[in-house]
Design a protein around this ligand. Structure first.
Ligand SMILES: [Zn+2]
Length: 109
């Protein structure tokens, strides 16, 4: 079972107390963008085997959104942080790099 700590209220909760919100750190495209860019924003998702960034909402707690960095293969959680940031905090990146040498944060296009 996936267990995450909400960065807003500090409660450690099982996934049944949380609501998934899909991939995090998507670059948004709206009016004025090309059809391909808008289609990619709406439908294209990474779905990797390994390190992944996901949006979660503490649905049965404080109700706020946050982002979890975890491994989709092992359920190892590298950290959680508020969703008001454009990229993972350095401490989360360091935790991922320590567990997965060679891993790199990529700028989402
Ligand atoms: Zn919370």
């Amino acid at each position: 079972m996936l267990i995450l700590t909400c960065p807003h209220c500090g409660v450690t909760a099982e996934e049944t107390e949380l609501a998934p919100g899909g991939e995090a750190h998507l670059k948004r495209f709206g009016p004025g963008s090309s059809d391909a860019e808008f289609e990619g924003y709406l439908f294209a998702r990474e779905n990797p085997r390994g390190v992944h960034f996901e949006r979660w909402r503490h649905a049965y707690g404080c109700g706020k959104w946050f982002i979890a960095a975890r491994c989709t293969a092992t359920l190892q959680v590298f950290g959680t942080y508020t969703s008001q940031v454009a990229a993972p905090p350095q401490q989360v990146r360091d935790a991922i790099t320590a567990a997965r040498p060679g891993w790199r944060w990529r700028e989402f296009a």
